[in-house]
Design a protein around this ligand. Structure first.
Ligand SMILES: Nc1ncnc2c1ncn2[C@@H]1O[C@H](COP(=O)(O)OP(=O)(O)OP(=O)(O)O)[C@@H](O)[C@H]1O
Ligand SMILES: [Mg+2]
Length: 318
């Protein structure tokens, strides 16, 4: 079933984080308390932003909603998505806080020496901002939020989706942010989470099996969920049952963005009418290819990715 023409503003509406990432690679062993020579680079990140970029590159009508500072980083984040064809009319600009930033300082052996995150601006995205965009957002086929949003905003989005009959998906982002979904299980139509985040959300040891984590999510009220486990694969909870699926084979060089690509690939095929298990196979394919590049979004991703040879075939399930 492709119901993308049923709604006037048909497409996918994404809510959540846009982050300006900076990387500082040490040229010599780092010495604390003094100036260190580095090679610097920057890129665009944030779970919701990465998902939006993947979707728009795949040709899915995508509206992006976030909050950035009134600064050059925020401008660059918004303009890049606009240039790719996303609707960025729902991005709020705040003069109270700078654009969210993640800084990684890497040792000469490329290991993370220090990570710095300023995500405080996300706390300024409020229910009032939702009010302003809701009439148009309510027309979307799918609405996806990441847990960079505050609990109250996630709850409000869930309520609104229920009222509008829109399908609501959520990505947990991280363990500490996953707990923002406590008590919201039955209001989330589809949860995307990794094994550790799922176990944090359900209050278990993070080593627990993704399949049993998916079962525990069912007991928390989630109707459908995908619990990913890196190169091992992913568990799908659907119609009360949990199935296990192998990852698509890859030769990874940098796994950054794999989870976000998985979500976007899956959503794009759900939008096209595939069922969850088949759609997730496409998500796994896009995720696998994304691990094979240094970028967090596949640079040559285009609407033809899943067509012909690129299109994922159903994989083994058990
Ligand atoms: N080494 C790998 N080989 C093949 N596929 C992989 C590999 N790592 C990740 N993937 C694919 O990406 C999906 C998501 O990976 P993972 O469970 O690491 O998500 P994540 O922790 O959310 O990642 P991210 O750091 O991007 O947020 C996996 O289910 C798998 O399909
Ligand atoms: Mg993730």
């Amino acid at each position: 079933m492709n119901d993308s023409s049923d709604r006037a503003g048909a497409g996918v509406a994404i809510f959540g984080g846009a982050v300006f990432d900076r990387k500082y690679q040490a040229r010599a062993r780092l010495v604390p308390g003094t100036s260190n020579p580095v090679d610097s680079s920057s890129s665009h990140g944030g779970v919701a932003r990465n998902i939006a970029e993947n979707l728009v590159r795949l040709g899915v009508p995508t509206a992006f909603h976030s909050i950035v500072g009134a600064d050059a980083a925020g401008e660059a984040l918004v303009e890049r998505l606009r240039g790719l064809g996303a609707d960025v009319g729902g991005v709020v600009r705040s003069s109270e806080r700078p654009t969210a930033e993640y800084v990684a300082v890497l040792e000469t052996d490329h290991e993370l020496a220090l990570g710095i995150a300023d995500m405080a601006i996300f706390d300024l995205y409020s229910e009032a901002h939702l009010d302003a965009v809701w009439p148009r957002v309510a027309q979307a086929n799918w609405i996806l939020a990441d847990c960079n949003l505050q609990t109250g905003v996630l709850q409000a989005l869930a309520r609104r989706c229920e009222g509008a009959g829109a399908r609501f998906a959520v990505n947990t982002v991280s363990g500490p942010k996953a707990v923002r979904l406590n008590g919201l299980g039955s209001a989330v139509g589809l949860l995307f989470t990794n094994r550790d985040e799922a176990n944090t959300l359900i209050g278990r040891d993070i080593a627990a099996d993704p399949r049993s984590a998916a079962e525990a999510l069912r007991d928390c009220g989630f109707a459908a969920a995908v619990v990913t486990d890196g190169g091992n694969g992913y568990a799908i909870l659907e119609n009360g049952a949990v199935s296990w699926h192998q990852a698509v084979e890859a030769s990874p060089v940098d796994i950054t963005g794999a989870g976000d690509a998985f979500v976007a690939g899956t959503l794009s095929r759900l939008f096209a009418g595939d069922g969850l298990a088949l759609a997730a196979r496409s998500g796994a394919l896009l995720a696998a290819r994304t691990t094979e590049t240094l970028e967090s979004v596949l640079p040559d991703l285009s609407p033809g990715f899943f067509a012909g040879g690129g299109r994922a075939m159903p994989g083994p399930a058990s």
